[in-house]
Design a protein around this ligand. Sequence first.
Ligand SMILES: O=C(O)CCC(=O)C(=O)O
Ligand SMILES: [Fe+2]
Length: 351
Amino acid sequence: MELKTSHHLYPPFPEGLTTAPLVSISLSKLEADDAAESHAFFKASKELGFFYLSMEGSALGEKLVSQAEQLHLVQKEFHSLPNHEKDKFAREKLDPFFGYRILGKREMEDGTIQRDENYNMRKDDLIGNCKPLPCPDLIKQNWALLGNYARTCRAAIDLMFTHLEKNLELPLGTLAKLHRIEERSGDHVRFNKGAPGQFDEERVKGGEHTDFGSLTILFNWLGGLQIRLPETNEWVYVRPIPGSAVVNLGDALVRFTAGLLRSNVHRVVPPMAPQDKIDRHSLVFFSRPEDSVVLRRLKGGLIDKQPKLQKEELELTAEEWILRRSLGDLKGVYTHQGGLELRLPLVKGEA
Ligand SMILES: O=C(O)CCC(=O)C(=O)O
Ligand SMILES: [Fe+2]
């Protein structure tokens, strides 16, 4: 079945940009336990920490793309709600991390003020693990879709955990038991919106980050995502590919594997022409270890062969780590060797 996406409705990705050398991993081959694909997935997880996950030929993948496209419509509708409506669900009123957030404001050519904004919806609300936070009617109307999306993302992520376990030579279930879907965790669906704007060095720098959690599934329709290449430190663009998600690894997997896996630095810049006149929406699912899991190196398999880190690291629970990374004193870019490259405390620097 051909995957139906809405990429053709947008202006094309700009010509002539330097793009990131992301490999494409086939979900269907991972499902079939294809050894070469599993190996390629592990290599990408160690070397760049970013890859495309192609959904072609997988029933799970088709479901993921179809739900992401449906949510793409919902996210556009969400961000076009009146500001006073969205403001009712601001994080300051609900929760330190979940809810609506203004990341920046921009005056447009026509004098209107546009917001860069995001909205975090926690998996535990969506699948019924706890009493949900208040949310707009639009979100309530799409509750089943959001819950299904969280479950579909987690099915793909859980499969990737089994391939990580195998390649790391860990007992099967080692990562799965730190990420049980019915337990409370920081997993969430995020709607991101950026208004058109000029490249602003300081803003962009403030937005450089690594994701805090385990695996992230990202759908993009426009350019603007950049990753910093580990070898050269060059910032290069990630081209959205219809029918594929971008998957990246987060800090928790670096902690668990003593730096064997890579959580790569990335950021979002305003898309270039001809994609520069419209709002940019991205849809993200973040997986994170269960709240009570302490982030420290696991024992066994290839992890035991990793050198001891030079710096002693704080042993925090996933819950503490996320709060301190997003809102507190540990903002910035988590490095492969451990330790943080700190960034100015701009709200953009969250993940
Ligand atoms: O919008 C994107 O392409 C990436 C967003 C991102 O990195 C994040 O929300 O953590
Ligand atoms: Fe991110």
